[in-house]
Design a protein around this ligand. Structure first.
Ligand code: BV8
Length: 249
């Protein structure tokens, strides 16, 4: 694919590389993407309605169970070729005195399990839970929870450490995103449908700041036409080809 050669060339010329990852990066690990038809029990629920503070207030048992089942699924999955290739790209960038960061919308922790060092979880993590009373994170959680909803030691309920629709992104994550978008000279969006804001706006911010932007996605997205380059296909395959291209394989 000539786009792989072009992306490898852009990577060689870049000093500050930013990856925006979405559910398509974890798809090949067997984790359903956000908008794929949900499996079984969840097929009758709209994830965008379940992933809200209102849903948790209305039915904390249902929402806790949904997240607990997703947590167990994620823990049973393994990082895939896309995660592994991104660890390689990060290492290659550091060997060539470039910065590299993954801004992930995923909440599954697979980039960290694959060995990526610099990962910003802009939508939080399914593996972290906190008390609704103190907002403090609670460690050593039972898997699965013994009751739905699950109780925090301080008498509150346990809620997942994810960003729900209608909630602001973590302040530290937003600060880091702003810093990285200001200096990026290469921005690569991988496996994201470009529907959820503010993350869906970041490729345009990077481009306006002078970055070369590329989209790696199995399907077209509403943002595809705004990227400098589109690589159509599976993230695992494309990123594996990219790493062998930059290592001269
Ligand atoms: C915010 C964590 C300020 C939870 C997620 C009305 C009221 C309030 C807010 C809004 C509103 N209207 C709009 C908004 C803003 C809203 C929003 O954008 N809504 C959308 C639906 C329009 N955003 C927010 O609320 C954000 N906060 O704006 O705060 C504010 C505050 C109050 C009031 C107003 C504003 C918070 C957004 C974060 C929500 N939390 N996740 C959980 O996981 O349960 S978002 C959720 O969607 C996931 O994190 C996911 O990552 C994210 C985006 O989805 P994608 O990653 O793109 O996944 P998707 O399935 O969509 O696409 C997968 C892609 O991969 C596809 O393109 C597919 O083709 C491709 N693919 C598949 N397989 C492969 C592949 N590509 C390559 N290889 C493969 N193998």
């Amino acid at each position: 694919m000539k786009e792989i050669e072009a992306l490898a060339k852009a990577l060689r010329n870049a000093k500050h590389v930013v990856v925006l990852g979405g559910a398509g990066v974890s798809a090949e690990s067997g984790i359903p993407t956000f908008r794929d038809a949900l499996e079984g029990y969840w097929s009758k629920y709209d994830p965008e309605l379940l992933a809200t503070p209102e849903a948790f207030r209305r039915d904390p048992a249902l929402v806790t169970r949904w997240y607990d089942e997703r947590r167990q699924k994620v823990l049973a999955c393994q990082p895939n070729d896309a995660h592994r290739a991104l660890v390689e790209v990060e290492a290659w960038c550091h060997e060539h005195a470039s910065t590299f960061v993954i801004l992930t919308q995923n909440v599954d922790g697979l980039h960290q399990r694959a060995g990526s060092k610099d990962v910003v979880e802009v939508h939080g993590s399914l593996l972290k839970w906190r008390s609704t009373r103190s907002n403090q994170e609670v460690e050593d959680l039972p898997i699965p929870f013994r009751t739905y909803p699950a109780n925090a030691p301080d008498g509150g309920l346990l809620r997942p450490g994810v960003v729900w629709f209608g909630e602001n992104l973590p302040e530290l994550a937003v600060e880091r995103v702003e810093l990285e978008l200001a200096r990026a000279d290469l921005f690569i969006a991988i496996g994201t449908s470009g529907i959820v804001y503010p993350a869906a706006a970041w490729s345009e911010v990077a481009r306006q700041n002078g970055a070369f932007t590329a989209e790696i996605n199995r399907d077209p997205t509403p943002l595809s036409s705004s990227f400098n380059m589109v690589l159509r296909g599976n993230a695992g395959e494309i990123l594996t080809s990219l790493i062998s291209e930059i290592r001269g394989g």
